[in-house]
Design a protein around this ligand. Structure first.
Ligand code: ADP
Length: 178
């Protein structure tokens, strides 16, 4: 079979990224090992009430990947396959953490295939240490005073502090320095 000549490969990694976590970063790294460019595409979803605005999420991702031109960030609304086709991506990347992700992801991948069979969805598994990390959990843990520094890049921790203020750590005396 003759190989098709292709230009540099581009994969779209869609999501809410509210905020980006080390689990997402892990998937981007894996994507870069396979594709020339990975474009993180933030879904503008008017139904969800996000913590960080779309503009804030774009700024955070730009900061995380400053100086790394192979990682791009963009926003989209409407059908993902339409967006992927418009930017010339033949691949959608999704991260698979656990069985719980599987059913929804499977449905989405097959629906997207039906909408445009030329666009392939590729699933990547994060390192086990990130398999329980989600943006939702990070926000909850931070708000309750738990440590999230191993779960998110430093810029996200800083932004969380700006949003929520410094969380109150339970079980510590307010006056005592440790
Ligand atoms: P969505 O609202 O589309 O689920 P998310 O920002 O939560 O957006 O996730 C975007 C993608 O990243 C999804 O494919 C999700 O499964 C994946 N993902 C989220 N957290 C992790 C993680 N800890 N490890 C691997 N993949 C993840």
């Amino acid at each position: 079979m003759r190989e098709k000549r292709r230009g540099p490969s581009l994969a779209v990694f869609p999501g809410s990224f509210d905020p980006i976590t080390n689990g997402h970063l892990d998937i981007v790294d894996r994507g870069l090992a396979v594709f020339d460019r990975v474009r993180m595409a933030i879904l503008v979803n008017t139904e969800k009430k996000p913590l960080f605005s779309v503009e804030e999420r774009v700024a955070i991702i730009r900061e995380v990947y400053r100086g790394k031109p192979r990682v791009e960030v963009d926003t989209f609304s409407g059908l993902l396959v339409d967006y992927a086709r418009a930017v010339g991506a033949a691949v959608i990347i999704r991260g698979l953490r656990a069985i719980s992700d599987f059913e929804y992801e499977f449905q989405m991948a097959l629906m997207n295939r039906r909408l445009d069979p030329r666009i392939e969805t590729v699933f990547m598994m994060p390192a086990e240490s990130y398999s329980y990390v989600s943006s939702r959990l990070v926000k909850e843990v931070f708000q309750l005073g738990g440590r999230v520094s191993d779960l998110v890049p430093p810029v996200v921790e800083r932004r969380l502090r700006e949003k929520y203020g410094t969380p109150i750590r339970r079980g510590r005396r307010a006056s005592g320095r440790r």
